[in-house]
Design a protein around this ligand. Structure first.
Ligand code: CP
Ligand code: NVA
Length: 306
């Protein structure tokens, strides 16, 4: 099985990642100008969802249709995968019928196991460890608003979760400094921190993390699958709410990002998404364009006649 996958930002070279986000900008322009571009005609993406989604499902489904192909939504509840058919068997069967598979799951090992048994590209649509597609959109959004992120300072405020881990990978690949402000015990995965070395620092004080930062990003305090911890997390994370006053400590041209869905009054103040420094809606839209670039990169080469 030698298909190219996208399970992590580390699967690609920095040049490939930069190429993808630049291509995302071009595909956005094509769509805005009403130009039809259908390189994936007759291609089919399978989308396996073990967790809920609005943006990821819509952006992949709309993206495939816009590129001339189709997407099939496969709920875990309705497939044999959800009834215990082994991942390896499912991957072998599905990848004989599909041209690519996107998976949103819990354990990251579900993705690696599927990919190891798949003839076609597998895309990580979020695991407990990583959310790389979101980072393509975030990096495209920064590029559009502020140019290159190389050498800039990014502050991650809140939980050291899947999004935070992907920010660490992005810091390595796009060459920026990352400051993570999180409560003790909620640090990002030690393996990712070790990989990043001095590029990432972990602090307890959100103000220290945000000082002079060019981008501030946060996410929900309770990720999918952690619902039972909600009450405890709300108390513990309260000092980590991102507010307009916190952003005032950052660089004067700071951008604020949130992958969404947002919980106003928890990880962000009720007014933050309305602040002129917030680019959360552009960021959400860019899921579509950045992932179309990814689909084109992964699926289009095999469209060429043999
Ligand atoms: N940001 C994101 O992945 O959103 P969904 O959970 O709606 O897909
Ligand atoms: N950290 C969140 C991201 C949602 C897009 C979660 O995993 O639920």
């Amino acid at each position: 099985m030698n298909a190219r996958h996208f399970l992590s930002m580390m699967d690609y070279t920095p040049d490939e990642l930069l190429g993808l986000i630049r291509r995302g900008v071009e595909l956005k322009d094509l769509r805005n100008r009403g130009v039809l571009f259908e390189p994936l005609k007759n291609r089919v993406l399978g989308m396996i969802f073990e967790k809920s989604s609005t943006r990821t499902r819509l952006s992949f489904e709309a993206g495939m249709i816009q590129l001339g192909g189709q997407a099939i939504f496969l709920s875990h509840r309705d497939t044999q995968l959800g009834r215990g058919e082994p991942i390896a068997d499912s991957a072998k069967v599905m990848s004989r019928m599909l041209d690519a598979v996107m998976i949103r799951t819990y354990a990251h090992s579900n993705l690696t196991e599927f990919a190891a048994n798949s003839r076609v590209p597998v895309i990580n649509g979020l695991s407990d460890d990583l959310h790389p597609c979101q980072l393509l959109a975030d990096m495209q959004t920064f590029l559009e608003h502020r140019g290159s992120i190389k050498g800039k300072t990014v502050a991650w405020i809140g939980d050291g979760n899947n999004m935070c881990n992907s920010y660490i990978e992005a810091a390595i690949q796009f060459d920026f400094q990352l400051r993570v402000a999180c409560p003790a015990g909620y640090e990002p995965n030690a393996e990712f921190l070790a990989l990043a070395g001095e590029r990432v620092t972990v602090v307890r004080d959100p103000k220290a993390a945000v000082a002079g930062a060019h981008l501030v990003s946060t996410d929900v305090w309770t990720s999918m699958g952690q619902e039972e911890e909600t009450a405890r997390r709300k108390k513990l994370f309260a000092p980590f709410q991102v507010t307009r006053a916190l952003l005032d400590l950052a660089d004067k041209d700071v951008l604020f990002m949130h992958c969404l869905p947002a919980h106003r009054g928890e990880e962000i103040s009720v007014d933050l998404l309305d602040d002129s420094r917030s680019v959360a809606w552009d960021q959400a839209e860019n899921r579509l364009h950045a992932q179309k670039a990814l689909l084109e990169f992964l699926v289009a080469p095999s469209c060429k006649p043999a």
